[in-house]
Design a protein around this ligand. Structure first.
Ligand code: GRF
Length: 216
């Protein structure tokens, strides 16, 4: 299909967010096509799902590179060779170099399973339970060199309920991740949201009314 933005999804594992982006992009009115799925791990389960969907699934194994710079250079070349416009990190477990991130500034998103800036890094659900928060969620943000620190483009919140475990919380949030990421990518590709300096500019205002209450 021509005229749509070309998106690459970078994964390291399961690829459920990747699958939700692929599914969204099947719709003719979605402003992007998924042109490439790239994994740094040859055993990433998401690779098979991408291939089944008819999308090129490329492995660039980080173990074959002696340093981060050369790995990132290979990834960058692969993206450029395919005329990729936007990059979505979706469970991609490698830290990217500042020079790579800066090259893709404003064109690279990540999804993180917490309401940033809370709980950057790993084990977010466990840490949310430990902290006793009653609202938790997920965030899509622009990628900047500092980990999980980029300007926020979209967030979804869910209640934390008594008896929740890491698994129950992860499952509740994953449902929202799968809705939020395609929505954020759509906004970016349509120019409805863009990075301006250290902030996200939004074309449209939205309602300030309503709240997720927990206990509700
Ligand atoms: C998701 O929870 C995402 O927020 C985080 O890593 C997980 C990846 O899951 N960055 P999947 O590979 O998309 O299923």
């Amino acid at each position: 299909m021509t005229g749509r933005h070309r998106v690459a999804i970078l994964i390291s594992g399961r690829g459920s967010n990747m699958a939700s982006l692929i599914e969204a992009a099947r719709s003719a009115d979605f402003p992007a096509e998924i042109a490439l799925v790239l994994s740094n791990r040859p055993d990433a389960a998401g690779l098979g799902r991408a291939t089944e969907a008819g999308i090129e699934a490329l492995v660039i194994d980080h173990k074959h590179f002696s340093n981060r710079e050369s790995f990132d250079e290979a990834v960058d070349e692969a993206l450029r060779a395919r005329a990729i416009d936007f990059v979505c990190l979706a469970g991609f477990m490698r830290v990217l170099t500042s020079s790579f991130v800066e090259r893709w500034a404003g064109r690279m998103l990540n999804i993180h399973p917490s309401l940033l800036p809370l709980f950057r890094g790993t084990h977010t659900h466990q840490r949310a339970l430990q902290a006793g928060v009653l609202v938790h969620g997920c965030t899509v943000h622009f990628v900047v060199p500092e980990l999980d620190a980029g300007p926020i483009i979209a967030q979804a919140a869910v209640p934390v309920v008594p008896g929740d475990t890491e698994a129950s919380l992860a499952a509740r949030i994953l449902v929202q991740e799968h809705r939020l990421y395609p929505e954020a990518l759509r906004m970016l590709c349509k120019g409805e949201a863009r990075l301006e300096g250290e902030r996200v500019w939004f074309q449209q205002a939205w309602s300030p009314d309503g709240a997720l209450r927990s206990p509700g």
